[in-house]
Design a protein around this ligand. Structure first.
Ligand code: SF4
Ligand code: SF4
Length: 132
């Protein structure tokens, strides 16, 4: 949607439990998204969000989405403690805990947790683009 004709992925393959199997998830997710939005070809979507890209100095960095862990779903596998570039995830009583002062809201850990135990909350309104 930002105009690319190829896509590269690395971290999800390196750190995710599915390794290269995650590519099948990408393909299925893309197919489902396109069907739900009525797109039949990639070229119909390519470049749609270009007009919404902001310059770095105009991006709102005061409010952000933060990760949170559902302790009922967390199995304590500790995988997520290796993923966070901001050192925001630690283990407390065998459950992952996220430090809201360190989490940068990058979205990596909720996308990789094998138990879907991590979600993003919404502490403040933040414009992330209109992807419809
Ligand atoms: S949040 Fe997910 S990845 Fe992290 S320890 Fe719990 S189950 Fe494992
Ligand atoms: S969302 Fe990103 S910055 Fe926040 S805890 Fe997860 S990996 Fe770390």
């Amino acid at each position: 949607m930002v105009g690319a004709s190829t896509v590269q992925t690395t971290t999800a393959i390196m750190y995710g439990t599915k390794q290269f199997g995650i590519i099948q998830d990408f393909i299925k997710g893309l197919e489902d998204y396109m069907e739900s939005k009525g797109y039949s070809t990639i070229s119909q979507m390519r470049g749609l969000t270009l007009s919404q890209i902001k310059a770095w100095d105009t991006v709102d960095r005061d409010s952000r989405y933060l990760s949170q862990v559902d302790p009922e779903k967390c199995t304590g596998c500790q995988l997520c403690t290796n993923w966070c570039f901001f050192d925001a995830i630690s283990m407390v009583e065998k459950k992952a805990v996220i430090d809201p002062h360190k989490c940068d809201g990058c979205g990596l850990c909720p996308s990789l947790c094998p138990k879907d135990a991590i979600t993003m909350d919404e502490p403040g309104q933040k414009y992330l683009g209109n992807f419809r």
